[in-house]
Design a binder for this molecule. Structure first.
Ligand code: C2E
Ligand code: MG
Ligand code: MG
Ligand code: MG
Length: 287
């Protein structure tokens, strides 16, 4: 009966809500301990130069390995950390992991590749953000040219001049600035002309609906975004490249880089080294 299924629905809803609550509570009560005990680990996902097929860099993505042996994905905790302020600390921790990795490659005689790291909007409101950032790089003797800072287009809502002032300071220090998830929200082409970014990452929504009528339309938009970015001398990355067809499309559109499951999922640093940094170690040893 209708009554029975209603009750059933309410029951299901309650369970999900309850589990969600348990997870949120766990996250908020364990985050400090987790940071201290190194439960947050950096995974790396390679990004490839579409023209040459060579690896062009990697993106650092956080994973939480709890003491109970579970892995939690960032979508489960990043939004919460953004609202409780913890994200600023976690992001700086990730910057440190990035620097450690580049230092390790360098010490092992491997030519380092650039790494991108996601930066919460909270950081851009912190007075000593740039100072802290540079402090970490100095500690590991890392060139800022190897670090790309990924920001979300949402940051541009608000004081664009203030944001550009921060971006210019960061660029003066040598960092590259990338705009992440472009096209996922209320993006506007206007932003491209106004924010001083070096790189544009096109959200995977463009590629996710690439078949049928909507696909044709998305393709037209994507072609325009790539063209526009090129003319503004902003390099382009396609996110969510999952299939051979996706790869063929971004190649045809003249996109500079591709990132996605078609090439590789995000992997641990050990796996990343084995898969992508070994050859360089070999050639370095032969010199
Ligand atoms: P993002 O920065 O846009 O990162 C790309 C996300 O897309 C990653 O999810 C990645 O695993 C996923 N992805 C990559 N290729 C494909 C593909 O071909 N298909 C599909 N469906 N997905 C793909 P992940 O690692 O779960 O991270 C989710 C989001 O969490 C990130 O999106 C980023 O916004 C945030 N995040 C991750 N690590 C950090 C961090 O250290 N700090 C901050 N502030 N945010 C982070
Ligand atoms: Mg990103
Ligand atoms: Mg993205
Ligand atoms: Mg994202």
């Amino acid at each position: 009966t209708a009554k029975g299924s209603d009750r059933n629905n309410v029951w299901v809803y309650d369970v999900e809500l309850h589990e969600q609550e348990i997870l949120q509570n766990y996250i908020e009560s364990h985050m400090y301990q987790a940071l201290r005990d190194k439960e947050f680990r950096m995974f790396l996902q390679p990004k490839f130069d579409v023209r040459t097929g060579r690896i062009g860099g990697a993106e650092a993505l956080v994973r939480w390995f709890t003491e109970e042996g579970k892995m939690i994905y960032p979508n489960q905790f990043i939004p919460l950390f953004e609202s409780n302020g913890f994200c600023a600390r976690l992001d700086m921790y990730m910057v440190e992991q990035v620097c450690r990795q580049i230092r390790k490659w360098t010490d092992d005689g491997i030519e380092p590749i650039p790494i991108s790291v996601n930066q919460s909007k909270l950081l851009f409101y912190e007075e000593d953000y740039i100072e802290n950032l540079c402090g970490i790089l100095e500690k590991y003797h890392i060139k800022s040219e190897l670090i790309t800072l990924e920001i979300l287009e949402g940051l541009a809502v608000g004081n664009m001049e203030e944001l550009n002032r921060k971006i210019d300071l960061l660029k003066e220090k040598g960092f590259r600035i990338s705009m992440d998830d472009f096209g996922s929200g209320y993006s506007s082409f206007n932003i491209l002309g106004r924010i001083h970014i070096d790189e544009l990452k096109m959200d995977r929504v463009f590629l996710s609906a690439i078949t049928g009528e909507e696909g044709k339309r998305q393709e037209i938009i994507m072609a325009q975004v790539v063209d526009l970015a090129k003319r503004l001398q902003i390099s382009t990355v396609a996110e969510g490249v999952e299939t051979e067809q996706n790869e063929a499309l971004i190649r045809r559109l003249g996109c500079d880089y591709g990132q996605g499951f078609y090439y590789s999922r995000p992997v641990s640093t050990v796996e990343f080294d084995e898969k992508y940094m070994k050859i360089k170690r070999g050639s370095a040893a032969n010199e």
